[in-house]
Design a protein around this ligand. Structure first.
Ligand code: TYM
Length: 334
């Protein structure tokens, strides 16, 4: 029997992924790729919604792919490719945009947040239709599950609605996907501002732990993370958001239960706890960073792997797109 399908992706919007991407998504991807037929993309078309210069975008695209592999995604087992290499994504996005309501797209909170932050003039139509392109990514592969962080849940729900709408109007063309969100690690917060989600586009660098940072820099950021004046290492998201965030990171990276970590640091100060976490972070990121830099030393080989994987992706995506074109009534080219 064939395995169920999994799809996920990340934007190449920074030189490095941050620990929220790693804990919220990549760690799940790595574990799930054994029991699913997995497709992982570097969504460079999505990244075009943020300004970047062409050389930078190319470099960030390779860097993101290298970090997937360094973190344990195996390109010989899972299909790891660059979104723009597979033309069907942009084509299906157009078709889906014709069945997406203007109001429905306007309700996407990421769009609302970003357009409010940058103003109407700096907000592109691409940013508005971003979730439709994301739906196309997912639906092209007849995806069963989409492992993501909490912030992408609404987009996956829109994807489900579009799949159901298309299927009922034109006939079954799409599998309706389920979001998979790890409850405890769905949202990692900024180390300096534990009320805000950690993000590649954070205003200040001090609160973001980058996968490719020098280990000494990551350790320093952990030591300087915002805590509170209570002094006990205890999980309490409401009253102790900073410490709770550090505990979530600690538990996720070590696979240990939260109470065991609280016990270990009972009666000890935040300094000890942060030192312990800094060691955990350095130990986890060190090998990933080294491997990613090694892969980036040979961009030709990396490009070759990505090209071979894009071919695999093309086959699946083209079959879905051809079926969609047929069902919606586009005249077939002889
Ligand atoms: P992106 O690039 O913003 O983030 C990639 C993944 O990392 C998760 N994530 C987090 N998880 C926990 N805590 C955080 N602080 C944190 N920050 C980011 C995100 O939830 C995501 O899973 N639109 C998507 C990319 C995309 C996609 C897709 C994803 C395009 N097409 C198809 C899945 C399927 C995005 O911008 O992710």
């Amino acid at each position: 029997m064939s395995k169920p399908r999994l799809y996920s992706g990340m934007q190449p919007s920074a030189d490095s992924l941050q620990i929220g991407n790693y804990i919220g998504a990549l760690m799940q991807w790595r574990d799930l790729q054994e029991s699913y037929e997995a497709f992982f993309s570097v969504v460079d078309l999505h990244a075009l919604t943020q300004p970047s210069n062409p050389a930078d975008l190319r470099a960030k695209t390779r860097r993101t792919a290298a970090q997937y592999i360094a973190a344990g995604i195996e390109p010989s087992r899972s299909t790891l490719y660059v979104q723009s290499h597979v033309r069907a994504h942009a084509e299906l996005a157009w078709i889906l945009s014709t069945i997406t309501g203007f109001g429905e797209a306007s309700r996407m909170t990421q769009f609302k947040d970003k357009s409010a932050r940058y103003g109407a003039d700096a907000t592109s139509v691409g940013l508005f239709t971003y979730p439709v392109l994301m739906a196309a990514d997912i639906l092209l592969y007849q995806t069963d599950i989409v492992p993501v962080g909490d912030d992408q849940k609404q987009h996956v729900e829109l994807t489900r609605d579009l799949a159901e709408r298309f299927n009922s109007r034109y006939g079954e063309a799409f599998t309706v996907p389920m979001p998979v969100i790890q409850k405890d690690t769905a949202r990692i917060y900024d180390l300096q501002n534990p009320a805000a989600k950690m993000s590649k586009s954070a205003e200040s660098d001090a609160g973001v732990l980058w996968l490719l940072d020098d280990p000494a820099v990551s350790a320093k950021k952990v030591m300087r993370a915002v805590t509170d004046s209570d002094g006990t290492v205890r999980y309490d998201r409401e009253n102790k958001p900073g410490v709770s965030n550090l505990l979530v990171i600690y538990a996720a990276l070590t696979g240990r239960q939260m109470p065991a970590i609280e016990d270990e640091y009972a009666g000890r100060g935040y300094g000890d706890f942060k030192k312990g976490l800094a060691d955990v972070v350095v130990e986890e990121f060190g090998p990933v960073r080294a491997r990613a830099l090694e892969l980036l030393d040979d961009p030709a080989e990396l490009d070759r792997v990505l090209a071979a994987n894009a071919e695999r992706a093309d086959e699946v995506a083209d079959a879905t797109l051809a079926d969609v074109y047929d069902k919606i009534g586009l005249l077939r080219r002889l």
